[in-house]
Design a protein around this ligand. Structure first.
Ligand code: SF4
Length: 378
């Protein structure tokens, strides 16, 4: 089954830490962009070289801020996905939403359009932290947006939270975690803030003398949050993701289990039929190409067997269940332990990695140093 990813690159303002592919909202450009997106989706099934199945069981609107689209536009895009692919009746259809962009009516509109899962970019339930991140919403709006989603009938809601924020002590982070638990979403994603070298936030931190807590505190933030979530009935299934039983993100699991997906829109990536390709990143550039009848993909790469194995090891180890050794050997013809065992052994000894029940997996503490373990596969 394919996943369909739709990139919506518009935001009402640009957050000071963001390095996603996005730009400021422009109403006229948005109209042209939605037309281009629809054209790209419709033409996908006509591509002569396509080898993938046309069956899809997930649709994911990511961004940017997809909730800046009108519900009618979302409905039109979902409709064209359904007419161009065999989208299963019970497909997971996710829309990323920012709290300040929604009302009960707009959320009802998204639901009527076919969206059945919302992912809110909350980041924090503390106003001073949200201000430091230059987010447009405050904590009260985030709480209200969550309640409005329930009123609109959504039964599958995810919240994104960020830890290790500028000037954030461990205790403040945990108040956001507790508040999220009290609200009771079906799914949560927890990320560590990464301050990129050219992010405006970096300068603001220097000017305001905000610093991130020491590394040891970041570890406590992660471990204590995961413990609290587990005690509240959530199951961690990936380094950064927890869910109520059965409520994991079906779409995102495709990325971690060497699945196939097609990405539409500017900068969207696709992986299918053993190949990987990427669309041109600029919004204008993308719309121009589609208008001129040119393909939007600029980079196409046929994956070698070794690259597929490397990617599968990297992504599989992000999952709490880790790598199932026999299944991995059957699928890729590689005995992970024969090939990498000597390099992985030290990680077993210091409790970062475990090999048990035919599986190799990171311990929770190991998830904090996942990159080090994964460097073995490079
Ligand atoms: S809303 Fe999200 S995508 Fe848009 S600028 Fe902020 S962090 Fe980036």
């Amino acid at each position: 089954m394919l996943g369909l990813y739709l990139h919506i690159p518009f935001c009402s303002a640009i957050c000071n830490y963001c390095n996603f592919n996005r730009g400021l909202f422009d109403a006229a450009l948005k109209v042209r962009y939605v037309d281009a997106l629809v054209t790209e989706i419709e033409s996908e099934r006509l591509r002569p070289e396509r080898v993938a199945s046309l069956c899809a069981d997930t649709i994911y609107f990511g961004g940017g801020t997809p909730s800046l689209l009108e519900p009618e536009e979302v409905a039109r895009i979902i409709q064209v996905c359904r007419s161009s692919f065999d989208v299963t009746a019970d497909a997971e259809v996710t829309l990323e939403a920012n709290p300040e962009t929604v009302t009960v009516d707009r959320l009802k509109g998204f639901r009527d359009a076919g969206v059945n899962r919302l992912s809110f970019g909350v980041q924090s339930f503390r106003d001073e932290e949200l201000k430091r991140l230059s987010r447009l919403h405050g904590a009260a709006r985030a709480r209200d947006a969550y309640r409005e989603a329930r009123i609109a009938g959504f039964v599958n809601v995810s919240l994104d939270l960020m830890m290790w924020l500028p000037a954030q002590p461990v205790a403040d982070w945990l108040t956001s975690v507790d508040e999220a638990i009290a609200l009771g979403p079906e799914h949560l994603s927890l990320y560590l803030l990464e301050v990129y070298p050219n992010a405006p936030l970096k300068d603001e931190m220097a000017r305001a003398r905000w610093s991130q807590a020491p590394d040891d505190d970041a570890a406590v933030m992660y471990l204590e949050a995961m413990d609290r979530l587990e005690r509240a009935g959530y199951q961690q299934y990936e380094i950064s993701n927890v869910a109520r039983p059965g409520r994991h993100s079906r779409h995102n699991l495709k990325y971690w289990t060497d699945g196939e997906w097609l990405g539409f829109g500017c900068g969207a990536h696709s992986t299918s039929g053993g190949a990987r390709w990427k669309n041109v990143a600029g919004t204008d550039d993308y719309v121009g190409r589609i208008d001129r009848g040119q393909p939007p993909a600029i980079e196409r790469h046929q994956l070698s067997a070794a690259e597929r194995v490397g990617d599968a090891l990297f992504m599989g180890l992000r999952l709490v269940v880790g790598l199932e050794e026999t299944a991995f050997a059957d699928r890729y013809g590689v005995d992970v332990w024969s090939r990498y065992g000597p390099d992985l052994e030290p990680f077993l000894e210091n409790g970062v990695l475990r090999r048990q029940g035919g599986r190799i997996f990171l311990t929770r503490r190991g998830m904090l140093v996942a990159n080090e373990v994964m460097s073995v596969f490079v």
